[in-house]
Design a protein around this ligand. Structure first.
Ligand SMILES: [Zn+2]
Length: 217
């Protein structure tokens, strides 16, 4: 029963999300945020370029529309136009740069999403198997709990109380197996007299060192 309870708590400790999974999900969120940020920047740069383009068209209209005849004014318009065109080139370059940046960010996001999906599917399979093991162990423990009182019936009370005391004193292991004359609880070589007594099967025999009840196979 102790071993089933220990295994159950081990299984239950593994239920739930792993740090790896949480980190993978955070990475996806972070990269999604990066993509959104770049998209915002692209939108604003597009708008800036559009604004300059619109102004340049307006000046072109004036310059070639035939309504302005004064040479000084025409010269000024020409200067404005070439300044706007150079601004426009710079802004279009900036738009191109941010588009490349966006492509990279989108690739990185896809990679993070693929890694997360893979981790998630492995994790789900593992959780399903852990849940199955958990249910099996719970059933096992229940069956043992039901069996225990029946086995206690008619058992020597002094022996039972010794067993309980030792269990508490020795971290749950009240019984030690004897192998090749050694107590497997504390690894001491047992005296011949103790071994003979234990082998006789008459009453409980305890280890001279760790006091555990000796079990000779
Ligand atoms: Zn011992």
């Amino acid at each position: 029963m102790d071993s089933a309870v220990a295994r159950l708590s081990e299984v239950e400790a593994q239920l739930g999300e792993t740090e790896e999974l949480v980190a993978a999900r955070e990475l996806v969120e972070q990269r999604r945020g990066e993509v959104r940020q770049i998209q915002e920047r692209q939108k604003s740069l597009d708008w800036d370029a559009e604004e300059v383009r619109r102004k340049a068209l307006e000046i072109e209209g004036k310059l070639y529309g035939g309504t302005v005849k004064n040479p000084k004014e025409l010269e000024d318009l020409q200067a404005d136009l070439s300044s706007l065109r150079s601004q426009l080139r710079k802004r279009e370059d900036a738009v191109l740069e941010v588009m490349l940046e966006l492509e990279d960010a989108e690739t990185a996001l896809k990679e993070a999403e693929a890694a997360l999906a893979e981790l998630e599917s492995a994790w789900k399979a593992e959780q399903a198997s852990l849940t199955e093991t958990q249910a099996a162990l719970k059933g096992e423990i229940q069956a043992l709990e039901a069996k225990r009182p029946r086995q206690l019936e008619g058992m020597d009370r002094a022996a039972l109380s010794l067993y309980q005391t030792l269990r508490e004193r020795r971290q749950g292991a009240a019984v030690a197996v004897v192998e090749r004359g050694l107590c497997q609880g504390c690894r001491i070589t047992l005296p011949m007299s103790i071994l003979q007594k234990a082998r006789s099967g008459l009453g409980l025999v305890q280890c001279v060192s760790c006091e555990r009840i000796l079990l000779v196979n």
